[in-house]
Design a protein around this ligand. Structure first.
Ligand code: OGA
Ligand code: NI
Length: 287
């Protein structure tokens, strides 16, 4: 069993749209190939991000997340424990990449020199791809105009003992939809029918993960895929998810046209996205 692959170069757009909907219903995670983002740009995105993480700690601290910040943007090391008591730690960097009005360059690395140019170019391309996929997932998710794009880089050092350490513990993403590329080390796993499946992405394939916000807006029609990241025994693993989400003050609820079934009742409560994120982070009850 493998995570579905959708080839976007198929000229029959109806077929492509149907494949995306089917993968979202059955899996909540899939890989898109021939997606129109130049492979050379993806290669450069990985190169500039990797170079940043290879800089001395003092250089990286220049874009550190401020101690008193309530937002996620900036560089930091995070430590937590998963349900089985494994340690999870990862260095990561978050910075918004879209829309321009929400970009704070103070959290974008100054080095390497082409970091900014490459990330701006990637944002433009990814926005096009994301809008296509959102359009296919629903005519009227009604989000297209208010979404933000948040870049994250996860840096997982090699780890010989897989039983003690995990990169990212199991979770579903809180946002609408996530687009992930990674370096050559594999390690992303998706939970499907009670099994953890290795996600075998290609060098320029993009992994699409449906998150809680779309799961709830679709009234459960689209799955939000449970996933986790393991660490490689020998290689450093780096991943670049971009989280597409509504603005923080957007109120979202199951869309009326997607509420089906005999009782015709929404399965989820409406939330202001900011409150939803907070409650999930703090593991407070949601429904
Ligand atoms: C995440 C995530 C997976 C990975 O950051 O939300 O799921 O492969 N990362 O790094
Ligand atoms: Ni995730």
């Amino acid at each position: 069993m493998d995570v579905p692959i959708v080839d976007l170069s198929n000229p029959n757009e109806d077929l492509v749209a149907r494949a995306v909907v089917k993968a979202s219903e059955e899996w909540g995670i899939f890989q898109v190939v021939n997606h129109g983002i130049p492979p050379e740009l993806i290669r450069r995105l990985k190169e500039v991000g990797t170079k940043f993480f290879e800089l001395p700690e003092t250089e990286k601290e220049a874009v550190a997340k401020p101690e008193d910040s309530v937002d996620v943007e900036g560089y930091r090391t995070k430590y937590q424990k998963d349900l089985e008591g494994r340690n999870a730690w990862v260095d990561h960097l978050f910075h918004r990449i879209w829309p321009p009005s929400r970009v704070s360059y103070r959290f974008w690395p100054k080095l390497p020199m082409d970091y900014r140019e490459v990330n701006e170019d990637y944002a433009k391309h990814l926005k096009k791809l994301s809008e296509k996929i959102m359009e296919w997932l629903s005519e009227g998710l009604g989000l297209r105009r208010t979404v933000e794009y948040l870049m994250k880089i996860n840096y997982y050092p090699p780890c010989p003992d897989q039983d003690l350490v995990i990169g990212a513990p199991d979770h579903t993403d809180v946002n609408g939809i996530t687009f992930l590329v990674a370096n050559e080390a594999l390690g992303l796993q998706a939970f499907k029918d009670n099994h953890w499946i290795d996600v075998k992405y290609t060098t320029s394939g993009i992994i699409v993960i449906v998150g809680d916000q779309f799961h709830r807006m679709s009234n459960g029609k689209y799955m939000s895929a449970k996933h986790r990241a393991t660490m490689d025994k020998e290689k450093t693993r780096i991943s670049w998810p971009v989280f597409v989400e509504s603005s923080l003050d957007h109120e979202f609820a199951p869309l009326r046209e997607l509420i089906t079934g005999e009782d015709n009742a929404p399965k989820f409560k409406p939330y202001v996205y900011k409150d939803f994120k907070f409650r999930k982070l703090k593991k407070l009850p949601l429904d």
